[in-house]
Design a protein around this ligand. Structure first.
Ligand SMILES: C[S@@+](CC[C@H](N)C(=O)[O-])C[C@H]1O[C@@H](n2cnc3c(N)ncnc32)[C@H](O)[C@@H]1O
Length: 352
């Protein structure tokens, strides 16, 4: 939830923008707009308050020497395996971790100890230490492989990977597989899986990547200071639906990422009361007022939003933007155990 399908920005990029222009996504998320813009030769700027999302955008849009990337991904995996065996295999909840490997100095919290089985924890720590110590060229790429593996290696049920509330330490009845499943004990198989998968994805993108520029900022978009742009395509957070930092909390702990949750607009923890909706409208319109300063008159602002509370006409007004069109799109998808069906609106606004 929250990530839009690549066809959406693609359609609007093709319709309103052209090769050589520059667009902005002030709520860049996992970077879908930036990837699509680059494919079309359109320069892009992305901004996100979540350090994890900013890192993901960077890794997805960077330029790679594929041979070096492959070699580094294989090298760290090999070194991780060599370090694991034979020392870590017999780890139990009672082994003191420091007898087997060092824990990076920033990992001082209880989160990781609580959400990973001892073997999985040690495998992730070994990989994490190697990223720091081996002087790899593509450290960010390795960090993303580590966090993707860490997401899957948490002590969760198979059907609640998105928002697990408590660590699952015992076997459980699995709705997804219709049998009794056990929480995973290891991380290595996920490190292998995401090494292959992440490499394949960047290799695919390198085939179509253009030289259009991509710049990524990790900050509150209300304070974003940029040069001239030709338009905006974005999908803002929905009111009271997701806590974006919390969603990838394992990555913040593993990589010691900077936490700016205090500046998230419309977080789930604030709910969707009338008061929260008002605050949300103020936050979103403050972003649009700040970033449209650099737009020339007549430029388009395309906003994809699930506007269940009808907040966006007022947001357009508060942002001093004209409404050109509104397109409604029916969305039906399955995530985990929840089937979701709703309407999403695409607002086409113009700077007067
Ligand atoms: C709906 S998601 C964007 C999804 C994106 N279109 C994609 O396809 O991945 C909204 C994003 O807004 C970000 N966000 C929330 N408050 C923000 C703020 N004040 N400044 C910048 N980004 C913010 C969240 O971290 C989240 O990544």
């Amino acid at each position: 939830m929250g990530k839009f399908i690549p066809q959406l920005p693609e359609i609007f990029l093709r319709k309103y923008f052209e090769h050589g222009q520059t667009i902005l996504d002030p709520f860049a998320g996992s970077g879908t707009t930036l990837v699509q813009a680059n494919e079309l030769g359109i320069n892009s700027i992305g901004c996100d308050i979540s350090a994890f999302n900013a890192l993901l955008c960077k890794v997805k849009t960077d330029k790679y020497d594929i041979q070096i990337a492959k070699q580094e991904v294989q090298d760290i995996l090999q070194k991780t395996k060599e370090t694991i065996q034979p020392r870590v295999k017999q780890l139990s909840f009672f082994t003191k971790p420091t007898e087997v490997y060092t824990i990076p100095t920033h990992v001082t919290n209880e989160y990781l100890g609580n959400w990973y089985a001892p073997q999985a924890f040690s495998e992730l720590m070994i990989y994490c230490n190697l990223i720091q110590s081996e002087n790899y060229q593509y450290q960010n790429l390795l960090k993303i492989i580590l966090t993707r593996a860490a997401r899957s290696a948490r002590l969760t049920t198979h059907f609640d990977l998105d928002f697990p509330k408590h660590p699952q330490k015992e076997p459980y009845w699995c709705y997804k597989h219709r049998r009794t499943c056990s929480p995973t004990q290891e991380a290595l198989k996920f490190l292998k899986r995401y090494s292959t998968d992440t490499l394949r994805r960047i290799e695919d993108f390198m085939q179509i990547r253009t030289d259009a520029s991509v710049s990524i900022y990790h900050q509150d978009s209300r304070k974003l200071n940029i040069d001239e742009i030709d338009g905006i395509i974005t999908s803002p957070p929905y009111v009271g639906l997701i806590d974006y930092h919390e969603q990838h909390i394992y990555a913040y702990h593993l990589l010691d990422l900077e936490d700016k949750r205090i500046d998230e607009i419309g977080p789930a923890q604030n709910g969707s009361s009338k008061k929260a909706q008002k605050k949300y409208q103020e936050g979103i319109s403050e972003v649009f007022r700040a970033v449209t300063k650099k737009l020339s008159s007549g430029s388009r602002i395309i906003v994809v939003a699930g506007d269940r509370h009808n907040l966006y006409d007022e947001i357009a007004q508060m942002s001093n933007l004209e409404i050109e069109d509104i397109v409604k799109r029916h969305v039906n998808r399955r995530t985990g155990r929840r089937a979701t069906e709703f309407y999403e609106s695409i607002f086409i606004w113009r700077k007067p």
